[in-house]
Design a protein around this ligand. Structure first.
Ligand SMILES: Cc1cc2nc3c(=O)[nH]c(=O)nc-3n(C[C@H](O)[C@H](O)[C@H](O)COP(=O)(O)OP(=O)(O)OC[C@H]3O[C@@H](n4cnc5c(N)ncnc54)[C@H](O)[C@@H]3O)c2cc1C
Length: 421
């Protein structure tokens, strides 16, 4: 007879990593999710032959946890070129990574962004983050990313505002660069050491791979959990109650807070809006991210997704994604028009032939992780006897953080169940 399962609430990356590890230790699991498919914030829609990730996102191949847990070969990853095109003062200039693209050394050195001293400081920063241990990068004194770049690294306002600000606004989903400098250093290392990439079949290939070992009786979708009756009973919104050995909350921080009546403290969330356009042809040919170096107009970053992975668009068409950062802009009534106007300024009248495929408003995209955020993390996955929790808000706001926290929660469950034998 099967034993009562460990219930994992949430089939995002953290919940799936947790469930998979439990299963690998012969612990019965039941994963419940409110949505109609696995993935949580990592989903891909199929629209008219295009693959639309729900919000522009990429997998960094150098994430240690993703590297350990995912089979990159079967994801068939397609990579961006390192660096970015920067739209500034009416033109596009390239800011490459000359260590990885030596042929771009001169064009990057003389692209007019920042000073020669900035180049030396950037080289020093790159050397440091790639040679120090990841732990050492986190141990340094905390500040905001902006303070770190300006005061600690001594970079000029010009290179910060035209390069780092749009780049990391797109990563942190906030424009002040008020996010933790430790997280910045960690990510800068990850960018330098690996590729930003897209799975051939869209970002949802990642959760699909993690869920592959779950048999249909271990996964219930479209099944929102209403409440935790106690540590061994979960009540569903449809009124059904399920018995279990233990519960793992793998939901976003806000929902974790609701389900624990505030015992788990929810962080604030960063928001983003992503517009996808179908175009008869790509406005440029490179697999590069475009950054808004002038901070004018709503679009922070853009890419021709099909330049990176052809599979994202049907033959003879191009897929363009344009991302807007923040809740305020999301709520502005004429956002769609101002986005199109801005793109017309960037790429001219060809934009008139672009058709809007879909707009994704994502108010709960990333947990805010300001300077010093790690001090408020418990570092624990246990909330008490039989109750555990995980999610990106418990580690870092990223695929890496979600996967680490899912693994840690599973390790706690495995240790506790073993000690009960
Ligand atoms: C637009 C966007 C861009 C991003 N870009 C990147 C990027 O480029 N690189 C990167 O590393 N990270 C990126 N991220 C972050 C990354 O996607 C997340 O950190 C990660 O997916 C979070 O996983 P999670 O398991 O913690 O949470 P989630 O994915 O939110 O999973 C929580 C799950 O719980 C379910 N749930 C909630 N409440 C209930 C309930 N009551 N009952 C049942 N189920 C419930 C939800 O349906 C959901 O499936 C991005 C995120 C977004 C949204």
């Amino acid at each position: 007879m099967k034993s009562k399962p460990v219930i994992v609430i949430g089939a995002g990356l953290s919940g799936l990593c947790c469930a998979r590890l439990l299963l690998q230790h012969n612990i019965d699991v039941l994963v419940l999710d409110a949505q109609d498919d696995v993935g949580g914030r990592v989903r891909t829609d199929h629209v008219d032959g295009f693959l639309l990730d729900r919000g522009f996102q990429v997998l960094q191949t150098a994430y240690p946890e993703a590297n350990a847990q995912l089979d990159y070969d079967s994801l068939r990853l397609h990579s961006f070129d390192p660096g970015a095109l920067i739209r500034t003062q009416g033109r596009m200039v390239e800011m490459s990574d000359p260590w990885r693209k030596p042929s771009k050394l001169l064009s990057t050195a003389f692209n007019g962004i920042g000073t020669f001293r900035d180049r030396l400081k950037l080289a020093k920063l790159r050397w440091y983050v790639t040679h120090a241990s990841a732990d050492a990068l986190w141990r340094e004194p905390e500040s905001t990313t902006h303070e770190y770049l300006r005061r600690t690294c001594g970079l000029s306002n010009d290179i910060i505002n035209r390069f780092f600000r749009p780049w990391f606004s797109g990563v942190f989903l906030e424009k002040d660069l008020s996010t933790s400098s430790g997280f910045f250093r960690f990510l800068f290392r990850i960018f330098a050491m690996g590729d930003a990439s897209l799975p051939e079949q869209g970002m949802s290939a990642i959760p699909r791979q993690l869920a592959a070992e779950l048999t249909p009786d271990m996964l219930r979708l479209s099944t929102p959990v209403d409440s935790l009756v106690d540590r061994h009973h979960v009540r569903l919104r449809n009124g059904e109650s399920i018995d279990c050995r233990a519960i793992v909350l793998a939901v976003e921080g806000r929902e974790a807070s609701r389900l624990t009546s505030g015992t788990i403290h929810s962080p604030e969330f960063r928001a983003t809006t992503c517009f996808y356009f179908a175009a008869p042809q790509a406005p440029f040919g490179e697999p590069l991210l475009v950054l808004n170096g002038d901070n004018e107009g709503p679009v922070n970053n853009l890419c021709v997704v099909s330049n990176v992975a052809k599979s994202y668009a049907p033959a003879g068409q191009a897929l363009i994604s344009a991302s807007v950062v923040g809740k305020e802009l999301m709520d502005s009534s004429d956002l769609s028009n101002t986005v199109r106007q801005q793109l017309r300024q960037w790429f001219g009248s060809q934009v008139d032939a672009w058709s809007l495929l879909r707009r994704y408003d994502i108010p709960i995209a990333l947990p805010a992780q300001p300077a010093g955020f790690r001090d408020s993390l418990s570092g624990q996955s246990r909330l008490g006897d039989g109750l555990y929790y995980c999610g990106d808000y418990c580690e870092t706001a990223s695929i890496q953080g979600a996967m680490v926290s899912g693994r840690k929660a599973a390790e706690s469950v495995i240790a506790d169940l073993a000690s009960q034998r």
